[in-house]
Design a protein around this ligand. Structure first.
Ligand SMILES: *Cc1c(COP(=O)(O)O)cnc(C)c1O
Length: 457
């Protein structure tokens, strides 16, 4: 039965937007393991991290104790340009599925970058500006993070150097041009502009690049240019902190109508949107106030949580970054070339890895044709053309709703709709032409990645 008191879209007033981010580490009994210096295998100090990251972001990265960290007014005023984002009741999808479940999604695609990544991009650019830096460097894969960061840098008048995975640089020229329109310089990676890039090109001539490789180049560019620091769009504790704005708004919107979710679902690449969405709810669970079920959804072709090892690993191919303890497929892992749905990072946020390891969150892997089927079904009834990444969450939300149809349970399902898929039409084209296939890596395929894990534990 439709609950007709609840509007199709629940909006918050500007005055109801969060004034502080929520730091779930404060409520975690087992804290995420610290980043290690790859040379000494000792925890990275604030001073060491300060060579790579902005000072304020280093403090946030290392802060395991403060539950709330104030959002500076300048960031809040940027947020007001595209936030609060709506929490949508998927009445049309519920009807189409014939399910008694109540489905809600938090939509983060209503900004030019087309995803949630802008929430952290503006924060990171702000702290760089505040420190008096000239600019920032970063990597981008499909291009969403690079786009978000170039928007934030344009707003604050900061220089932005983006290393873009070569295959995406060539296949996604429109993303590249959006970044350049916002004033960023975009270099295909691996490139001749860095030592690590030249080394990778020498060892793997003709390589089309990877995220891990672009990270190495961006870090080198930051540490060799005076007045620059490196910024990263996912995985790190600070990024999950900034993304908690998603979960806090969701929590406030649900509270307005006294809605209690049963299941909260998000797609997981490096873990930032999922971590941000679930953090405040996880906090309730950790404090014994609630018992929500959380599901992380990842591609079967890049299954870091469901098949990875929980171990210290390199964050990048060039092994210049600190080591992070996480569920990982090994920094040498590269997904099969037919994989089209994004979420291709080899590791996972240390916070989410620890929560998963402690049994506080579930994980599921899904095959890409099933993901695009869900995307298409969703687009046709809810109107929004979802990003392939987001569609992983849609898949599992639909699966859970169909289970409710069988059992007659009226569960409340919330999922994160992280962005739109207008720049992913090549992948949609493959699906529409029936040319998309599934590939699940064998244990044999995963072995070289695992062999690349450093021996730390
Ligand atoms: C980058 C991205 C993701 C995955 O990144 P996380 O850090 O795991 O959230 C998901 N959806 C969209 C639209 C993205 O751009």
């Amino acid at each position: 039965m439709a609950d007709n008191k609840i509007p199709y879209k629940i909006y918050l007033e500007e005055s109801e937007m969060p004034k502080a981010w929520y730091n779930v580490r404060a409520d975690m009994k087992n804290k995420p393991a610290p980043l290690l210096n790859p040379a000494t295998l000792k925890p990275m100090t604030a001073e060491e991290l300060g060579h790579v990251f902005c000072d304020e972001l280093v403090a946030q990265e290392l802060n395991d104790t403060d539950a709330y960290i104030e959002i500076p007014e300048e960031i809040r005023s940027f947020y007001r340009m595209y936030r609060p984002s709506p929490l949508v009741r998927a009445y049309c999808l519920e009807k189409k599925l014939g399910t008694p479940a109540k489905i809600y999604y938090k939509f983060e695609g209503n900004n030019t970058s087309g995803s949630h990544k802008l929430n952290s991009a503006i924060a990171q650019a702000y702290y760089a500006k505040k420190q008096g830096l000239k600019g920032v460097t970063t990597e981008t894969g499909a291009g969403q993070w690079g786009t978000a960061l170039s928007m934030a840098c344009a707003y604050l008048d900061l220089d932005c150097k983006v290393y873009m995975v070569k295959v995406s640089y060539e296949q996604k020229p429109f993303r590249r041009e959006v970044m350049r329109t916002y004033g960023a310089s975009v270099t295909p990676s691996p490139s001749e502009t860095t030592e690590v890039g030249r080394k990778i090109l020498q060892e793997h001539p003709g390589t089309t690049g990877s995220l891990g490789c672009a990270i190495s180049e961006a870090v080198e560019a930051a540490t060799t240019h005076e007045g620059y620091r490196y910024v990263l769009g996912s995985v790190l504790n600070q990024v999950l902190l900034h993304q908690s704005v998603i979960g806090l708004e969701t929590q406030a919107a649900l509270k307005k109508y006294d809605i209690k979710p049963d299941i909260i679902i998000g797609c997981a690449g490096g873990g930032s949107n999922l971590g941000g969405l679930i953090s405040p709810f996880m906090g309730e669970n950790l404090r014994g106030e609630a018992n929500y079920k959380f599901i992380a959804v990842e591609p079967a072709s890049c299954p870091s949580l469901t098949r990875g090892k929980f171990a210290y690993d390199f964050c990048d191919t060039g092994k210049v970054c600190p080591l992070a303890k996480m569920y990982s497929l090994g920094s040498g892992f590269i997904p099969s070339p037919n994989h089209a749905g994004g979420l291709r990072y080899h590791g996972m946020s240390s916070i989410l890895s620890q929560l998963y390891h402690d049994g506080l969150m579930e994980a599921r892997s899904v095959e890409q044709t099933a993901v695009f089927e869900a995307a298409e079904q969703f687009a046709r009834v809810e109107g929004i053309l979802p990003a392939p990444e987001s569609s992983h969450a849609i898949r599992v939300a639909i699966d859970e709703a169909l289970k409710c149809k069988e059992t007659g349970e009226e569960k409340t399902i919330v999922f994160g709709l992280t962005g739109t898929g207008y720049f992913d039409m090549v992948a949609y084209e493959k699906f529409n032409n029936g040319e998309m296939s599934d590939y699940i890596p064998t244990d044999e395929d995963l072995k070289p990645g695992f062999d690349s894990l450093p021996k730390v534990d």
